[in-house]
Write a protein that binds this ligand. Sequence first.
Ligand SMILES: C[S@@+](CC[C@H](N)C(=O)[O-])C[C@H]1O[C@@H](n2cnc3c(N)ncnc32)[C@H](O)[C@@H]1O
Length: 412
Amino acid sequence: MYPTHGLSNGHHGERGGTFMDKRLGSSRRDRGRSRASRGGPRDSRDLELKTPPCTDFDKAYFNSYAHLGIHEEMIKDRVRTDTYKAAIMQHQTYIAGKVVVDVGCGTGILSIFCAQAGAKRVYAVDASDIAVQAGEVVKANNLSDTIIVLHGRVEDVQIDEEVDVIISEWMGYMLLYESMLGSVIYARDRWLKPGGLILPSNATLYLAPVTHPDRYNDSIDFWRNVYGIDMSAMLPLAKQCAFEEPSVETIAGENVLTWPHVVKHMDCYTVTTHELESVSTRYRFKSMMRAPLHGFAFWFDVEFNGPTVSPSSNVTATFPESSSNDHPIDYCQRKKRPNPNEALVLSTAPEDPPTHWQQTLIYFYEPIPLEQDQLIEGSVTLSQSKENARFMNIHLEYTSGGRSFVKESVMR
Ligand SMILES: C[S@@+](CC[C@H](N)C(=O)[O-])C[C@H]1O[C@@H](n2cnc3c(N)ncnc32)[C@H](O)[C@@H]1O
Protein backbone atom coordinates (compact mmCIF):
# COMPACT_ATOMS: atom_id res chain seq x y z
CA MET A 1 0.00 0.00 0.00
CA TYR A 2 0.98 3.56 -0.43
CA PRO A 3 1.43 5.41 2.87
CA THR A 4 1.54 9.21 2.55
CA HIS A 5 -0.31 11.22 -0.01
CA GLY A 6 -3.02 13.81 -0.43
CA LEU A 7 -5.54 12.36 1.98
CA SER A 8 -6.39 14.03 5.22
CA ASN A 9 -4.18 12.23 7.60
CA GLY A 10 -5.58 11.55 11.01
CA HIS A 11 -6.37 14.16 13.52
CA HIS A 12 -4.49 17.02 12.06
CA GLY A 13 -6.00 16.95 8.62
CA GLU A 14 -2.54 17.39 7.11
CA ARG A 15 -2.31 17.58 3.37
CA GLY A 16 0.83 16.39 1.73
CA GLY A 17 1.24 15.98 -2.02
CA THR A 18 -0.39 13.09 -3.76
CA PHE A 19 1.89 10.25 -4.63
CA MET A 20 2.12 11.87 -8.04
CA ASP A 21 4.12 14.66 -6.43
CA LYS A 22 6.78 12.36 -5.15
CA ARG A 23 8.69 11.87 -8.36
CA LEU A 24 12.30 10.94 -8.37
CA GLY A 25 12.72 10.72 -12.09
CA SER A 26 15.59 8.24 -12.13
CA SER A 27 16.07 5.89 -15.04
CA ARG A 28 15.10 2.26 -15.07
CA ARG A 29 17.35 -0.60 -15.92
CA ASP A 30 16.52 -3.82 -17.64
CA ARG A 31 17.35 -6.69 -15.37
CA GLY A 32 16.01 -9.52 -17.49
CA ARG A 33 17.90 -12.78 -17.37
CA SER A 34 17.84 -16.04 -19.26
CA ARG A 35 14.25 -17.15 -18.58
CA ALA A 36 12.76 -13.74 -18.26
CA SER A 37 13.06 -10.37 -19.84
CA ARG A 38 11.09 -7.26 -20.57
CA GLY A 39 9.12 -7.21 -23.82
CA GLY A 40 9.68 -9.75 -26.58
CA PRO A 41 7.38 -12.30 -28.23
CA ARG A 42 4.43 -13.68 -26.32
CA ASP A 43 2.63 -17.00 -26.28
CA SER A 44 -1.05 -17.54 -27.12
CA ARG A 45 -2.18 -16.91 -23.51
CA ASP A 46 -0.44 -13.53 -23.67
CA LEU A 47 -2.14 -12.62 -26.89
CA GLU A 48 -5.56 -12.91 -25.25
CA LEU A 49 -4.53 -10.38 -22.61
CA LYS A 50 -4.69 -6.70 -23.32
CA THR A 51 -1.68 -4.90 -21.89
CA PRO A 52 -2.82 -1.64 -20.31
CA PRO A 53 -0.75 1.41 -21.27
CA CYS A 54 1.72 2.80 -18.76
CA THR A 55 0.45 6.34 -18.24
CA ASP A 56 2.27 9.33 -16.76
CA PHE A 57 0.21 8.71 -13.61
CA ASP A 58 1.56 5.16 -13.47
CA LYS A 59 5.12 6.41 -13.89
CA ALA A 60 4.63 8.86 -11.04
CA TYR A 61 3.12 6.08 -8.95
CA PHE A 62 6.14 3.83 -9.52
CA ASN A 63 8.49 6.71 -8.78
CA SER A 64 6.75 7.21 -5.44
CA TYR A 65 7.68 3.63 -4.56
CA ALA A 66 11.35 4.34 -5.14
CA HIS A 67 11.39 6.12 -1.76
CA LEU A 68 12.91 4.05 1.01
CA GLY A 69 10.56 5.43 3.69
CA ILE A 70 7.52 3.79 2.14
CA HIS A 71 9.16 0.38 2.22
CA GLU A 72 10.48 0.94 5.72
CA GLU A 73 6.99 1.77 6.94
CA MET A 74 5.51 -1.34 5.31
CA ILE A 75 8.23 -3.65 6.56
CA LYS A 76 8.02 -2.21 10.08
CA ASP A 77 4.28 -2.93 10.08
CA ARG A 78 4.69 -6.23 11.90
CA VAL A 79 1.05 -7.19 11.61
CA ARG A 80 1.39 -7.01 7.84
CA THR A 81 4.85 -8.50 7.39
CA ASP A 82 4.57 -11.23 10.03
CA THR A 83 1.23 -12.35 8.60
CA TYR A 84 2.69 -12.62 5.10
CA LYS A 85 5.68 -14.54 6.44
CA ALA A 86 3.42 -16.87 8.42
CA ALA A 87 1.21 -17.41 5.36
CA ILE A 88 4.22 -18.30 3.21
CA MET A 89 5.50 -20.74 5.84
CA GLN A 90 2.03 -22.20 6.28
CA HIS A 91 1.98 -22.99 2.54
CA GLN A 92 5.57 -24.22 2.51
CA THR A 93 4.67 -27.66 1.20
CA TYR A 94 3.00 -25.97 -1.72
CA ILE A 95 5.83 -23.48 -2.37
CA ALA A 96 8.87 -25.77 -1.95
CA GLY A 97 10.32 -26.72 -5.33
CA LYS A 98 7.86 -24.46 -7.18
CA VAL A 99 7.97 -21.34 -9.33
CA VAL A 100 6.70 -18.10 -7.78
CA VAL A 101 5.94 -14.61 -9.09
CA ASP A 102 6.07 -11.76 -6.57
CA VAL A 103 3.92 -9.01 -8.08
CA GLY A 104 5.43 -5.73 -6.89
CA CYS A 105 8.39 -7.10 -4.92
CA GLY A 106 9.55 -3.76 -3.48
CA THR A 107 12.68 -4.50 -1.45
CA GLY A 108 12.24 -8.21 -2.23
CA ILE A 109 11.17 -9.24 1.25
CA LEU A 110 8.30 -11.54 0.22
CA SER A 111 10.42 -13.10 -2.54
CA ILE A 112 13.09 -13.89 0.06
CA PHE A 113 10.50 -15.44 2.39
CA CYS A 114 9.41 -17.63 -0.54
CA ALA A 115 13.03 -18.62 -1.24
CA GLN A 116 13.39 -19.49 2.46
CA ALA A 117 10.27 -21.65 2.09
CA GLY A 118 12.12 -23.61 -0.58
CA ALA A 119 10.84 -22.10 -3.85
CA LYS A 120 12.75 -23.36 -6.88
CA ARG A 121 12.61 -19.99 -8.62
CA VAL A 122 11.05 -16.62 -7.72
CA TYR A 123 10.43 -13.89 -10.25
CA ALA A 124 10.54 -10.68 -8.21
CA VAL A 125 8.94 -8.00 -10.36
CA ASP A 126 8.79 -4.28 -9.62
CA ALA A 127 8.47 -1.30 -11.94
CA SER A 128 9.85 1.08 -9.34
CA ASP A 129 13.56 1.77 -9.01
CA ILE A 130 13.41 0.02 -5.64
CA ALA A 131 13.91 -3.09 -7.80
CA VAL A 132 17.57 -2.09 -8.07
CA GLN A 133 17.92 -2.36 -4.29
CA ALA A 134 15.94 -5.60 -4.31
CA GLY A 135 18.56 -7.02 -6.69
CA GLU A 136 21.35 -5.97 -4.31
CA VAL A 137 19.57 -7.48 -1.31
CA VAL A 138 19.07 -10.74 -3.19
CA LYS A 139 22.75 -10.83 -4.15
CA ALA A 140 23.93 -10.04 -0.61
CA ASN A 141 21.85 -12.96 0.70
CA ASN A 142 23.30 -15.37 -1.89
CA LEU A 143 19.88 -15.93 -3.43
CA SER A 144 20.70 -14.88 -7.00
CA ASP A 145 20.33 -18.47 -8.19
CA THR A 146 16.76 -18.58 -6.93
CA ILE A 147 15.39 -15.05 -7.18
CA ILE A 148 15.30 -13.28 -10.53
CA VAL A 149 14.61 -9.58 -10.09
CA LEU A 150 12.79 -8.04 -13.04
CA HIS A 151 12.79 -4.28 -13.09
CA GLY A 152 9.66 -3.49 -15.06
CA ARG A 153 5.89 -3.54 -15.01
CA VAL A 154 4.25 -6.91 -14.49
CA GLU A 155 2.27 -6.06 -17.60
CA ASP A 156 5.50 -5.63 -19.62
CA VAL A 157 8.02 -8.18 -18.37
CA GLN A 158 8.33 -11.55 -20.00
CA ILE A 159 8.45 -14.79 -18.03
CA ASP A 160 8.81 -17.81 -20.26
CA GLU A 161 7.16 -20.37 -18.05
CA GLU A 162 3.95 -20.92 -16.13
CA VAL A 163 4.11 -20.36 -12.40
CA ASP A 164 2.71 -22.27 -9.41
CA VAL A 165 2.35 -19.39 -6.98
CA ILE A 166 1.54 -15.69 -7.12
CA ILE A 167 2.30 -13.62 -4.06
CA SER A 168 1.59 -9.92 -3.77
CA GLU A 169 0.97 -7.21 -1.23
CA TRP A 170 -1.34 -5.10 -3.36
CA MET A 171 -3.82 -3.63 -0.87
CA GLY A 172 -4.30 0.13 -0.74
CA TYR A 173 -6.17 2.29 1.72
CA MET A 174 -9.75 1.06 1.93
CA LEU A 175 -8.45 -1.88 -0.05
CA LEU A 176 -9.08 -0.59 -3.55
CA TYR A 177 -7.22 2.72 -3.57
CA GLU A 178 -4.10 2.44 -5.77
CA SER A 179 -5.76 -0.14 -8.03
CA MET A 180 -2.88 -2.58 -7.84
CA LEU A 181 -5.04 -5.70 -7.77
CA GLY A 182 -5.47 -5.34 -11.53
CA SER A 183 -1.77 -6.19 -11.94
CA VAL A 184 -2.19 -9.34 -9.84
CA ILE A 185 -5.14 -10.35 -12.02
CA TYR A 186 -2.99 -9.72 -15.06
CA ALA A 187 -0.21 -11.98 -13.69
CA ARG A 188 -2.78 -14.66 -12.76
CA ASP A 189 -4.31 -14.73 -16.21
CA ARG A 190 -0.94 -14.70 -17.91
CA TRP A 191 1.19 -17.16 -15.94
CA LEU A 192 -0.63 -19.05 -13.19
CA LYS A 193 -0.98 -22.81 -13.71
CA PRO A 194 -4.45 -24.29 -13.21
CA GLY A 195 -4.75 -25.12 -9.52
CA GLY A 196 -1.96 -22.65 -8.65
CA LEU A 197 -1.80 -20.73 -5.40
CA ILE A 198 -2.52 -17.02 -4.93
CA LEU A 199 -1.56 -15.32 -1.66
CA PRO A 200 -3.62 -13.63 -0.36
CA SER A 201 -6.53 -15.64 -1.73
CA ASN A 202 -9.41 -13.31 -0.98
CA ALA A 203 -10.18 -9.87 0.35
CA THR A 204 -13.17 -8.18 1.96
CA LEU A 205 -13.96 -4.48 2.33
CA TYR A 206 -16.21 -3.40 5.22
CA LEU A 207 -18.21 -0.29 6.05
CA ALA A 208 -19.67 0.78 9.40
CA PRO A 209 -21.16 3.96 10.93
CA VAL A 210 -18.99 5.64 13.55
CA THR A 211 -19.25 8.13 16.35
CA HIS A 212 -16.14 10.17 17.14
CA PRO A 213 -16.93 13.15 19.40
CA ASP A 214 -13.29 13.78 20.32
CA ARG A 215 -12.29 14.15 16.69
CA TYR A 216 -15.24 16.45 15.97
CA ASN A 217 -14.57 18.59 19.05
CA ASP A 218 -10.88 18.85 18.29
CA SER A 219 -11.28 19.86 14.64
CA ILE A 220 -14.59 21.76 14.67
CA ASP A 221 -15.91 22.77 18.10
CA PHE A 222 -12.46 24.08 18.96
CA TRP A 223 -13.23 27.19 16.86
CA ARG A 224 -16.22 28.17 18.99
CA ASN A 225 -14.01 29.51 21.74
CA VAL A 226 -10.37 30.27 21.00
CA TYR A 227 -8.67 31.96 23.97
CA GLY A 228 -12.10 33.40 24.83
CA ILE A 229 -12.69 34.66 21.26
CA ASP A 230 -15.72 33.45 19.31
CA MET A 231 -14.21 32.15 16.07
CA SER A 232 -17.36 30.35 14.92
CA ALA A 233 -17.00 32.22 11.66
CA MET A 234 -14.27 29.67 10.92
CA LEU A 235 -16.65 26.71 11.19
CA PRO A 236 -17.58 26.32 7.50
CA LEU A 237 -13.91 26.39 6.49
CA ALA A 238 -12.92 24.10 9.38
CA LYS A 239 -15.53 21.53 8.30
CA GLN A 240 -14.40 21.70 4.71
CA CYS A 241 -10.72 21.36 5.61
CA ALA A 242 -11.27 18.54 8.07
CA PHE A 243 -13.95 16.54 6.31
CA GLU A 244 -13.97 17.22 2.59
CA GLU A 245 -11.64 14.33 1.86
CA PRO A 246 -11.38 10.84 3.28
CA SER A 247 -9.28 10.73 6.41
CA VAL A 248 -6.87 7.92 7.18
CA GLU A 249 -6.71 7.49 10.94
CA THR A 250 -6.91 4.89 13.66
CA ILE A 251 -10.22 4.56 15.46
CA ALA A 252 -11.15 2.21 18.29
CA GLY A 253 -13.76 -0.53 18.35
CA GLU A 254 -15.84 1.73 20.66
CA ASN A 255 -16.22 4.28 17.86
CA VAL A 256 -18.10 1.78 15.72
CA LEU A 257 -21.89 1.86 16.13
CA THR A 258 -22.90 -1.50 14.62
CA TRP A 259 -21.48 -4.61 13.07
CA PRO A 260 -20.03 -3.79 9.66
CA HIS A 261 -21.53 -4.26 6.23
CA VAL A 262 -19.62 -6.10 3.51
CA VAL A 263 -19.08 -3.64 0.67
CA LYS A 264 -17.22 -6.12 -1.51
CA HIS A 265 -15.77 -9.59 -1.19
CA MET A 266 -13.21 -10.63 -3.77
CA ASP A 267 -11.91 -14.04 -4.57
CA CYS A 268 -8.45 -13.46 -6.03
CA TYR A 269 -8.78 -16.62 -8.15
CA THR A 270 -11.80 -15.30 -10.03
CA VAL A 271 -12.12 -11.52 -9.59
CA THR A 272 -11.94 -9.53 -12.85
CA THR A 273 -10.58 -6.05 -13.54
CA HIS A 274 -14.01 -5.05 -14.83
CA GLU A 275 -15.51 -5.78 -11.39
CA LEU A 276 -13.06 -3.38 -9.79
CA GLU A 277 -13.91 -0.39 -11.96
CA SER A 278 -16.98 0.34 -9.89
CA VAL A 279 -18.22 -1.28 -6.69
CA SER A 280 -21.68 -0.45 -5.46
CA THR A 281 -23.71 -1.67 -2.51
CA ARG A 282 -26.75 -0.75 -0.45
CA TYR A 283 -26.51 -0.93 3.33
CA ARG A 284 -28.88 -0.81 6.28
CA PHE A 285 -27.61 -0.39 9.83
CA LYS A 286 -29.38 -0.28 13.17
CA SER A 287 -27.43 1.77 15.70
CA MET A 288 -26.55 -0.25 18.78
CA MET A 289 -26.40 2.86 20.95
CA ARG A 290 -27.55 6.44 21.38
CA ALA A 291 -24.77 8.63 20.01
CA PRO A 292 -24.02 11.30 17.42
CA LEU A 293 -23.24 9.74 14.04
CA HIS A 294 -20.14 11.45 12.67
CA GLY A 295 -19.54 9.43 9.54
CA PHE A 296 -18.54 6.05 8.17
CA ALA A 297 -15.39 3.99 8.45
CA PHE A 298 -13.98 1.58 5.86
CA TRP A 299 -11.52 -1.20 6.59
CA PHE A 300 -10.60 -4.53 5.06
CA ASP A 301 -9.13 -7.94 5.68
CA VAL A 302 -7.41 -10.48 3.44
CA GLU A 303 -7.18 -14.23 3.91
CA PHE A 304 -4.46 -16.66 2.97
CA ASN A 305 -6.19 -19.83 1.86
CA GLY A 306 -4.66 -22.66 -0.11
CA PRO A 307 -5.67 -23.40 -3.68
CA THR A 308 -8.05 -26.12 -2.48
CA VAL A 309 -10.37 -23.31 -1.43
CA SER A 310 -11.43 -22.80 -4.98
CA PRO A 311 -14.31 -20.73 -6.28
CA SER A 312 -16.53 -23.78 -6.23
CA SER A 313 -15.81 -24.67 -2.61
CA ASN A 314 -18.15 -24.05 0.30
CA VAL A 315 -16.25 -21.10 1.64
CA THR A 316 -16.85 -18.98 -1.38
CA ALA A 317 -20.27 -20.38 -2.07
CA THR A 318 -21.61 -19.43 1.35
CA PHE A 319 -20.22 -15.93 1.26
CA PRO A 320 -22.37 -13.05 0.05
CA GLU A 321 -21.24 -11.37 -3.14
CA SER A 322 -21.69 -7.63 -3.19
CA SER A 323 -24.48 -7.99 -5.72
CA SER A 324 -26.43 -9.93 -3.12
CA ASN A 325 -25.97 -7.22 -0.52
CA ASP A 326 -29.62 -6.34 -0.86
CA HIS A 327 -29.97 -8.33 2.36
CA PRO A 328 -27.19 -6.61 4.26
CA ILE A 329 -28.75 -6.80 7.69
CA ASP A 330 -27.84 -10.50 7.93
CA TYR A 331 -24.22 -9.67 7.47
CA CYS A 332 -24.33 -6.51 9.56
CA GLN A 333 -25.20 -8.62 12.55
CA ARG A 334 -21.98 -10.57 12.24
CA LYS A 335 -18.80 -9.12 13.56
CA LYS A 336 -16.67 -10.96 11.07
CA ARG A 337 -17.40 -13.17 8.15
CA PRO A 338 -17.14 -16.90 8.79
CA ASN A 339 -13.70 -18.41 8.55
CA PRO A 340 -14.39 -22.14 8.62
CA ASN A 341 -10.91 -23.07 7.36
CA GLU A 342 -9.23 -21.05 10.09
CA ALA A 343 -7.23 -19.36 7.34
CA LEU A 344 -4.63 -16.79 8.32
CA VAL A 345 -6.24 -13.36 8.24
CA LEU A 346 -4.59 -9.97 7.92
CA SER A 347 -7.16 -7.62 9.41
CA THR A 348 -7.21 -3.82 9.49
CA ALA A 349 -10.39 -3.67 11.62
CA PRO A 350 -10.63 -1.10 14.44
CA GLU A 351 -10.84 -3.86 17.07
CA ASP A 352 -7.66 -5.55 15.80
CA PRO A 353 -4.04 -4.49 16.33
CA PRO A 354 -3.31 -1.34 14.28
CA THR A 355 -1.59 -1.46 10.91
CA HIS A 356 -0.16 1.26 8.70
CA TRP A 357 -3.41 1.11 6.68
CA GLN A 358 -5.33 2.31 9.76
CA GLN A 359 -8.99 2.90 8.83
CA THR A 360 -10.41 5.29 6.25
CA LEU A 361 -13.08 7.68 7.53
CA ILE A 362 -15.65 9.67 5.62
CA TYR A 363 -16.91 12.36 7.99
CA PHE A 364 -20.14 14.33 7.64
CA TYR A 365 -20.06 18.10 7.96
CA GLU A 366 -22.85 17.85 10.55
CA PRO A 367 -23.27 14.94 12.97
CA ILE A 368 -26.66 13.19 13.07
CA PRO A 369 -28.07 12.45 16.55
CA LEU A 370 -28.99 8.77 16.73
CA GLU A 371 -31.25 6.94 19.18
CA GLN A 372 -30.56 3.31 19.99
CA ASP A 373 -31.96 1.06 17.22
CA GLN A 374 -32.31 4.00 14.82
CA LEU A 375 -31.89 2.96 11.20
CA ILE A 376 -29.23 4.34 8.90
CA GLU A 377 -29.77 3.36 5.29
CA GLY A 378 -28.20 4.22 2.00
CA SER A 379 -25.69 3.20 -0.60
CA VAL A 380 -22.04 3.60 -1.44
CA THR A 381 -20.30 3.50 -4.80
CA LEU A 382 -16.53 3.34 -5.13
CA SER A 383 -15.29 3.91 -8.64
CA GLN A 384 -11.93 4.34 -10.26
CA SER A 385 -11.46 7.95 -11.28
CA LYS A 386 -11.64 8.58 -15.04
CA GLU A 387 -8.77 11.01 -14.64
CA ASN A 388 -6.48 8.46 -12.98
CA ALA A 389 -7.62 4.91 -12.28
CA ARG A 390 -5.46 4.83 -9.15
CA PHE A 391 -7.65 7.56 -7.60
CA MET A 392 -11.02 6.63 -6.21
CA ASN A 393 -14.36 8.44 -6.29
CA ILE A 394 -16.58 7.79 -3.29
CA HIS A 395 -20.30 8.44 -3.64
CA LEU A 396 -22.10 7.99 -0.34
CA GLU A 397 -25.85 8.31 0.20
CA TYR A 398 -27.33 8.10 3.69
CA THR A 399 -30.73 8.53 5.24
CA SER A 400 -31.54 8.58 8.94
CA GLY A 401 -34.30 10.11 11.06
CA GLY A 402 -36.19 11.12 7.92
CA ARG A 403 -33.35 13.18 6.42
CA SER A 404 -31.28 12.22 3.39
CA PHE A 405 -27.81 13.31 2.38
CA VAL A 406 -25.25 12.71 -0.34
CA LYS A 407 -21.51 13.03 0.13
CA GLU A 408 -19.04 12.90 -2.76
CA SER A 409 -15.33 12.65 -2.12
CA VAL A 410 -12.22 11.72 -4.00
CA MET A 411 -9.25 9.83 -2.68
CA ARG A 412 -6.31 11.15 -4.65
C1 LIG B 1 2.75 -2.21 -1.43
S1 LIG B 1 4.30 -2.36 -2.15
C2 LIG B 1 4.79 -3.97 -1.62
C3 LIG B 1 6.28 -4.18 -1.65
C4 LIG B 1 6.75 -5.53 -1.14
N1 LIG B 1 6.09 -6.63 -1.81
C5 LIG B 1 6.52 -5.66 0.35
O1 LIG B 1 5.65 -6.44 0.74
O2 LIG B 1 7.19 -4.98 1.12
C6 LIG B 1 3.84 -2.58 -3.82
C7 LIG B 1 4.97 -2.59 -4.82
O3 LIG B 1 4.42 -3.01 -6.06
C8 LIG B 1 5.00 -2.28 -7.11
N2 LIG B 1 4.06 -2.36 -8.23
C9 LIG B 1 2.76 -1.93 -8.24
N3 LIG B 1 2.18 -2.21 -9.41
C10 LIG B 1 3.13 -2.83 -10.18
C11 LIG B 1 3.15 -3.34 -11.52
N4 LIG B 1 2.07 -3.28 -12.29
N5 LIG B 1 4.28 -3.86 -11.99
C12 LIG B 1 5.39 -3.92 -11.20
N6 LIG B 1 5.45 -3.44 -9.95
C13 LIG B 1 4.33 -2.91 -9.44
C14 LIG B 1 5.24 -0.91 -6.55
O4 LIG B 1 6.26 -0.24 -7.24
C15 LIG B 1 5.62 -1.26 -5.10
O5 LIG B 1 7.03 -1.37 -4.94
